[in-house]
Ligand binder design. Structure first.
Ligand SMILES: *Cc1c(COP(=O)(O)O)cnc(C)c1O
Length: 359
């Protein structure tokens, strides 16, 4: 069976270094917000070419803390509307709701699966104050046009980069990352980070992540417990130097798929510029998605669906269930993600291509 994502194999080359780091952390006896977190924040800020990195507990919290910080700064207030792609992972929506803001769903572009700037504009109301851009599946959203719309209507931009580690971003926006094990840069548990060039915002996020406190037992803000712990940070320090090489391997596999999967029943992703994609996922579309998934399974290939139910159709989202988004619903009915992890072998990639072509 070709696994969709073999996390054991992905982490195998780092095992010895992980053991050493674990031992170092044990020897120091310091487990929360210490040297490893500081080092990772420095390393990842430099990797992203941004001024500040604040390690937090997970990707969802990274977004919640950024929205809360904008509220503290007076840039947003509770009840403000944030435009978000309707086909994103639920975390993007939850971050808006948990910050006391209102998500306004916008249909994506069917080819890029990312926000469609014209659909953003259709949804702007007097209460709209921001856009949560998601670089879904690892592909850069249409930033030039999104930035134009944002300027025109004076909207904040926050970026959900949970699937986009190593992407060449555009503009000077606050970016939120997750290091969940399956991401392009993944640790061995939960972790996340906020990247920003805004010093004031960085200071507030740093305060919010630690009970609203900078000085022990002195609380300035209604904070959270959302700290990145030392052990996870130490594992991220081990893996970060290899992120670019792993992303290159993903790109090479994607290029092979794009050039070699030829089947009229299968719609390949539209990639306008291969340098604007880090291929967290390789997502194809087909009318009989469940049938193709079953066929691939019978032929020893594991696939996943990102995602089977759109956020507005989830039971948890009762307030939005009456809404209808035909493009989003079509995407959720037709998408299927092929394996694209950096540890796939060439022969596994060939086997996937041949099997797809025989369908
Ligand atoms: C993984 C993911 C998140 C959430 O990250 P967690 O660390 O699991 O909280 C948010 N948005 C997108 C698009 C994701 O893929």
């Amino acid at each position: 069976m070709i696994k969709f994502l073999d996390l054991h194999k992905i982490n195998l080359p780092y095992q010895e270094a992980f053991h050493q780091k674990m031992q170092d952390v044990l020897d120091k006896g310091w487990f929360i917000l210490g040297d490893e977190v500081n080092e990772f924040e420095k390393n990842f800020a430099s990797f992203c070419q941004m001024d500040h990195c604040i390690g937090v507990a997970n990707g969802l919290d990274a977004m919640v803390l950024v929205f809360r910080a904008h509220i503290e700064l007076g840039n947003l207030k509770e009840g403000d509307e944030i435009i978000v792609p309707a086909n994103t992972y639920i975390a993007s929506i939850l971050a808006i709701l948990q910050s006391g803001l209102k998500p306004v769903f916008a249909e994506p572009n069917i080819d890029s699966y990312n926000l469609d700037p014209s659909k953003i504009e259709e949804n702007v109301s007097p209460k709209t104050k921001g856009i949560l851009v998601v670089h879904l599946y690892g592909q850069l959203a249409n930033m030039d046009q999104i930035i134009d719309v944002a300027h025109k209507h004076n909207l904040l931009i926050v970026e959900d980069c949970a699937q986009a580690h190593g992407l060449n971003f555009r503009g000077n926006h606050t970016r939120c990352f997750s290091f969940y094990p399956g991401k392009n840069l993944g640790c061995l548990g939960d972790a996340g980070a906020v990247l920003t060039n805004d010093e004031q915002l960085a200071t507030i996020v740093k305060t919010l992540r630690n009970y609203g406190s900078n000085e022990k037992y002195v609380n300035e803000l209604i904070g959270y417990n959302s700290r990145l712990d030392e052990v996870q940070a130490s594992f991220l320090n081990v893996k970060l130097p290899n992120l670019s090489a792993e992303n290159s391997r993903r790109k090479a596999i994607a290029t092979k798929y794009l050039n070699s999967v030829v089947n009229p029943k299968i719609v390949l992703p539209v990639v306008e510029n291969i340098d604007n994609h880090v291929f967290h996922l390789f997502v194809i579309r087909t009318k009989n998605r469940n049938d193709l998934q079953q066929y691939l399974k019978e032929n020893g290939i594991e696939t996943l669906i990102h995602y089977p139910i759109p956020p507005h159709k989830q039971e948890a989202m009762k307030a939005f269930q009456h809404l209808s988004f035909p493009i989003t619903e079509k995407i959720h009915n037709e998408v299927l993600s092929l394996p694209i992890s950096p540890v796939l072998t060439d022969s596994e990639v060939d086997e996937i291509i041949n099997t797809m072509n025989k369908y």
